[in-house]
Design a binder for this molecule. Structure first.
Ligand code: S3P
Length: 181
């Protein structure tokens, strides 16, 4: 695919943004970025340490800087954002202006399971386990969901595989949805 195509994968922690993003970028034959990884390299510091030592507000500034930098410097890419990226500084509007945002929508139970299987020691979930973790995921998701749902494309569980996302994007390009991007 030769188009100038900027794809922002958004969704809650544990929704699979990185897991689906990498193979999707390969299928589209374009670059892949993981926003957290980019921030860690740029500031030479793990995300957890940034939260602990500089606080969430500073992290959100770094996050927006990184989002703008990647978007400005690369013609085509798949970017796996952080779970909170679209919800701060109106980043969702910026992403929608710059390219195609795709929300990987999951249920609270799916997110809870995925978080347990991957890394429950994320800064915003630290120390939470069992029912407390489940309740926290549910509460934070209900606050964030109205923002996530501003994405241009919303994919529910059954379409969460790179091939399916690839087909949806390809057909969106063909039907010229992207002419307005
Ligand atoms: C965050 C999600 C994390 C990371 C940071 C904050 C959030 O990314 O950016 O810990 O606010 O939901 P993942 O969604 O990749 O876990």
């Amino acid at each position: 695919m030769n188009e100038n195509i900027k794809i922002f994968l958004i969704g809650f922690m544990g929704s699979g943004k990185t897991a689906y993003g990498k193979p999707l970028a390969e299928l589209l034959n374009i670059a892949f970025f993981d926003l957290d990884e980019y921030i860690e390299k740029k500031y030479n510091c793990p995300i957890m340490k940034i939260f602990i030592e500089e606080g969430e507000k500073k992290f959100r500034e770094y996050e927006q800087n990184a989002l703008y930098e990647i978007t400005a410097c690369s013609r085509s890419f798949v970017l796996a954002t952080g779970g909170g990226t679209p919800c701060h500084y109106n980043n969702i509007a910026y992403m929608n202006m710059q390219g195609i945002s795709i929300y990987l929508k999951c249920t609270v139970d799916e997110l809870y399971e995925n978080i347990l299987l991957s890394d429950p020691e994320r800064p915003l979930l630290q120390g939470k386990r069992g029912n407390e973790l489940h309740r926290h995921v549910k509460q934070l998701l209900s606050i964030r969901e109205p923002v996530y749902e501003q994405a241009k494309i919303i994919l529910t569980g059954e379409s969460h595989n790179p091939q399916k996302i690839f087909e949806i994007i390809t057909s969106a390009v063909q039907s010229d949805i992207l002419s307005s991007v």
